[in-house]
Design a binder for this molecule. Structure first.
Ligand SMILES: Nc1c(C(=O)O)ncn1[C@@H]1O[C@H](COP(=O)(O)O)[C@@H](O)[C@H]1O
Length: 161
């Protein structure tokens, strides 16, 4: 079971790297790709239509500005799409967020928060989807959550030293 990690441009990599790191932490296999709905419309359609045959369980798509990439992928496949709105300079990612989240009924994109927190959560959400039918991934997620809790408790203790 693998994830497709798609971004609209190489300039998105600084954000998407956090998704890649988290997928690695959770032992989720993934392929990373640059596909732009605007700049590569034919490649986008072909990728979306073949996603199921290529055995992708989840697609994570990050894009900024007029971020049509996640929605256009969702238009071309029933493999679930998680959208990451990339932070933009001009409009602080509001443009990306609204472009990704406001999908018409019938073509959902599961949209996470703008920027790095969203990038990390996209990987966790994808792992949670995979864990529905993969007990090893569920176990790995449980360990990750336990470790996160341990670190939060330790930081609280540090604060009072
Ligand atoms: N939103 C999209 C799409 C798309 O949705 O098809 N393709 C590229 N982009 C976005 O344009 C921004 C600037 O890209 P460049 O830095 O390449 O000019 C990036 O955040 C990318 O995701």
């Amino acid at each position: 079971m693998k994830v497709a990690l798609v971004m609209g441009s190489i300039s998105d990599w600084s954000v998407v790297k956090d998704t890649a790191d988290m997928l690695e932490t959770l032992n989720i296999e993934f392929d990373k790709k640059i596909i732009s709905a605007h700049r590569m419309p034919n490649e986008l359609q072909e990728f979306g239509q073949n996603a199921k045959n290529e055995h992708y369980s989840v697609i994570i798509a990050a894009a900024g500005g007029a971020a049509h990439l996640p929605g256009m992928l969702a238009a071309n496949t029933s493999v679930p799409v998680i959208g990451i709105p990339v932070l933009t300079q001009a409009l602080s990612g509001i443009d990306s967020l609204l472009s990704i989240v406001q999908m018409p009924a019938g073509v959902p994109v599961a949209t996470v928060a703008v920027g790095k927190a969203g990038a990390k959560n996209a990987a966790i959400l994808a792992a949670e989807m995979i864990a529905i039918s993969d007990p090893k991934t569920y176990e790995r997620l449980t360990e990750f959550r336990a470790q996160q809790t341990k670190e939060a408790i330790a930081s609280n203790e540090q604060l009072h030293e």
